[in-house]
Design a protein around this ligand. Structure first.
Ligand code: NAP
Length: 314
């Protein structure tokens, strides 16, 4: 049976698309992924999502969005899409367990994953001093020392932002030259609160009693190791949009983010829409993802209506 619309991914973009599509009587099927709720399931308190003056825990926000979508009839399927066939309509979504779903339109909201250092101590301390999002978590580091790892624009931006809260921010970069654009480098260099440890490789995140106490690094020139004391570690080494399952069938930019029409959420394939972080390297906020999820559902609804009008006419 061919569905009207399948939504792939369940961060704020996917859930919002599901709420709007369900309320538009499109009876959406939502492929949840292996980690339903996306990146917000990894954060603690979300303080910048409008409507929650006291803040809300990331997992609670995601749970509420899911319940809201279910209330209007969205159907959820647990598991990951393994691949898709966009060569003709109805489009096919093939699951990891080989189950197949078909739909006239798709909304891709599979998000992006922050890259991690993959060193000992890191994953255990995520949410307890290790973070990949300065905007989300910077506020919790008032007057504390923070390390930011990375040498790109994101690391410069996050480090500069974190100086609003932290007593000191140390940027640790693995080479002796930065990848970041000159303007972003200059901004960081001109900030008196930012210190630099260049040409150093992070080896281990140290912690005790569920909180970060330090970062062990190796100085690449001398081979010597050192422990930098810190209360927070922001890993800012880039994001990876989750598009591997698309097998290159949709247009991406040079980094791999899906490209959409500037006015809408339409991808290069008619009836396939993209929203949230998988198509956004710039804002990457829960609220912006939710906003584009709404747009994608409205775009899908209008597109489906236009197709049925064409069928009636012909
Ligand atoms: P990026 O440009 O890919 O930089 C990633 C940085 O992390 C690089 O310095 C890289 O080191 C380092 N790195 C990667 N893997 C590492 C590892 N395993 N261990 C230690 N260091 C590691 O990513 P980004 O900074 O997130 O930027 C992504 C895109 O968004 C860029 O096009 C950027 O210009 C754009 N952006 C723009 C703005 C802005 O204009 N306001 C803000 C943020 C991002 P190497 O340099 O040695 O490879």
């Amino acid at each position: 049976m061919s569905e009207h619309v399948i939504i792939l991914g369940t961060g704020p973009a996917g859930y919002t698309a599901a709420i709007y599509a369900a309320r538009a009587n499109l009876n959406p099927v939502v492929i949840e992924g292996d980690e339903p709720g996306g990146q917000l399931m990894l954060t603690t308190e979300v303080e910048n999502f409008p409507g929650f003056p006291e803040g809300i825990m990331g997992p609670d926000l995601m749970d509420a969005m899911k319940k809201q979508a279910e209330r209007f009839g969205a159907r959820f399927v647990w598991g990951n899409a393994h691949s898709v066939d966009l060569s003709k309509r109805p489009y096919r979504v093939i699951m990891a367990d080989n189950n197949t779903y078909e739909a006239e339109s798709l909304i891709i909201s599979t998000g992006a994953s922050a890259k991690l250092l993959e060193i000992p101590g890191e994953s255990e301390l995520i949410g307890h001093g290790v973070s990949t999002c300065a905007t989300c978590d910077g506020f919790f580091f008032k007057d504390k020392r923070i390390i930011v790892v990375g040498g790109g624009d994101s690391a410069m931006e996050e480090a500069t932002f974190l100086t609003r809260y932290a007593s000191e921010v140390t940027i640790v970069h693995r080479r002796d030259t930065l990848r970041a654009s000159k303007v972003m480098q200059d901004r960081a260099h001109n900030n008196a609160k930012i210190k630099w440890v260049m040409n150093a490789t992070p080896l281990e995140v140290l912690g005790e009693q569920n909180r970060v106490t330090g970062l062990k690094i190796k100085h690449n020139d001398s081979g010597k190791t050192e422990v930098l004391d810190t209360e927070g570690l922001f890993v800012s080494i880039g994001h990876r949009p989750n598009t591997a399952f698309l097998g290159g069938q949709l247009e991406t930019d040079k980094v791999g983010y899906l490209v959409t029409d500037p006015q809408t959420t339409q991808t290069n394939i008619p009836g396939v829409f993209a929203c949230g972080d998988v198509a956004d390297s710039r804002y990457r906020q829960a609220i912006t993802a939710a906003g584009t999820g709404c747009r994608a559902a409205m775009d899908a609804e209008r597109w489906l209506e236009a197709q049925s009008e064409k069928t009636v006419v012909s």
